[in-house]
Ligand binder design. Structure first.
Ligand code: PMP
Length: 437
């Protein structure tokens, strides 16, 4: 196999036992606990390029990449160098720095709709703040989101609909007040009729529609053309704002994000992940007249002790610099991702296991269902038990996939053709064992 280690997981398992005593589920973010795939999670010690190594010395080809940020791979030398340089100058000032200006300018250059931006520390903060701003700007309270889209864990956005017509928010999470949940309307992804109905009924009270322009959090689901058009036209017609949550897609599907890729301009955009180069960052930004409502220019308050943190700015800026200097990089990622996906499809077809592979550039999901996946309802038809077996078979062979069916696989510029080949070979072996299940 691929393993350069012993293949055992002793130290990871010991650490997990200790972790469970001092952290909920032994983790700081739920999916990490491997609850959906079984077995103890792997504790990572080190990463370089396309690879990570666990505490037991096992080596893996990594398709999680910290859930998307590491488009250049782990420990990219230029990013590491920038971090070392900045650490020696100071790690946080809580005051203005040149780095913040440079990153804001770089973002605006790449994503022209982001005329004015505010840096925060996570994707959650970015979307939470964008929602507050949309409400402050429009003087309206309702927001529309789509079932299966994830926008971080702020109260208003932790709402998901069951299947059905216009759904008033039902809290998915404990601790979300019903009065808050009621203000979130949930629509179906890629369903123009439902979005129209919501606007016909509630249009004048809707502050914003927030959407992942390519969904990544029900597994990858690309937007259909009429849906994209409706997303732009309907809010505009009713005086509501369109918020593109590009925390995953920003600098991932193209250098100008999904909005550049599809040619649709939202009013507000949220970014995270890649713009932090592996450090904690989020950004929200957009049309100047809207952004001028943010304090201290306007009455919508939002602040942060570590916002615009110099280390995070340095890592993000360096990442964007490397990306912007390599215009061929996105085509290369696209080509490798296509190879990987056709490999997965072929292997599963040969084994007689029905799968649907969705992909936009270097984000992709292998759904264990033969049906087309175009929204939450069709995504959840996947056989999560089969995914779990697939995941474990791949892990055993040194391939680290997302530990849940409804997540995206990511490629980095550090993944080589050889990595792809090895991964398809591993999938071939895994498929044989899937058949026995
Ligand atoms: N929006 C999207 C589209 C995301 O995928 C995520 C996280 N995966 C978030 C927001 C929240 O970001 P964070 O985890 O940094 O708070």
């Amino acid at each position: 196999g691929l393993f350069r280690g012993k293949g055992d997981k002793m130290k990871s398992s010991e650490l997990f036992q200790r972790a469970k005593k001092v952290m909920p589920g032994g983790v700081n973010s739920p999916v990490r606990a491997f609850g959906a795939v079984g077995g103890d999670p792997v504790f990572i010690k080190r990463g370089f390029g396309s690879r990570v190594w666990d505490e037991d010395g096992n080596e893996y080809i990594d398709y999680v990449l910290s859930w998307g940020p590491l488009i250049l791979g782990h420990s990219h030398p230029a990013v590491v160098e920038a971090l070392k340089r900045q650490a020696e100058l100071g790690t946080s000032f809580g005051a203005c720095t040149e780095l913040e200006v440079l990153l804001a300018e770089k973002i605006r250059e790449a994503v022209p709709s982001m005329e004015v931006v505010r840096m925060v520390n996570s994707g959650t903060e970015a979307t939470m703040s964008a929602i507050r701003l949309a409400r402050g700007y429009t003087g309206r309270n309702l927001i529309v989101k789509f079932a299966g889209c994830y926008h971080g864990h702020s109260d208003s956005l932790l709402i998901r609909a069951g299947s059905g017509l216009i759904t008033y928010g039902i809290p998915d999470s404990g601790g979300v007040p019903e009065d808050t949940a009621r203000l979130t309307l949930v629509a179906r992804y890629n369903d123009v009729d439902m979005l129209e109905e919501i606007f016909e009924e509630k249009g004048p009270d809707i502050a914003a529609v927030i959407v992942e322009p390519v969904a990544g959090n029900m597994g990858v689901v690309p937007p259909e053309e009429d849906f994209l058009r409706a997303l732009r036209e309907l809010p505009r017609k009713y005086g509501a704002l369109l918020i593109f949550d590009e925390v995953i897609t920003g600098f991932r599907v193209s250098y100008s994000g999904a909005q550049g890729y599809y040619g649709i301009e939202p009013d507000l955009t949220t970014l995270g992940k890649i713009i932090g180069g592996g450090l904690p960052v989020g950004v929200y930004g957009g049309r100047e007249d809207i952004m001028r409502c943010v304090s201290p220019d306007g009455p919508v308050y939002q602040a942060g002790t570590l916002s615009g943190n110099p280390l995070a700015m340095a890592a993000g800026l360096t990442t964007l610099e490397v990306l912007s200097k390599n215009p061929g990089l996105y085509d290369e990622l696209d080509r490798r991702a296509e190879r990987l996906c056709s490999g997965f499809k072929e292997v599963m077809e040969d084994a007689g296991i029905p799968v649907t592979v969705n992909r936009v550039c270097s984000m992709m999901t292998v759904f264990f269902t033969g049906e087309k996946v175009r929204n939450y309802d069709t995504a959840v038809k996947s056989d999560t038990r089969l995914y779990a077996v697939f995941f474990r078979e791949m892990l055993k062979q040194g391939v680290y996939l997302p530990p849940a069916q409804f997540e995206a696989f990511f490629l980095s510029a550090a993944h080589s053709d050889e990595d792809i080949k090895k991964t398809i070979e591993a999938a071939w072996n895994a498929a044989k064992n899937l058949k026995k299940n």
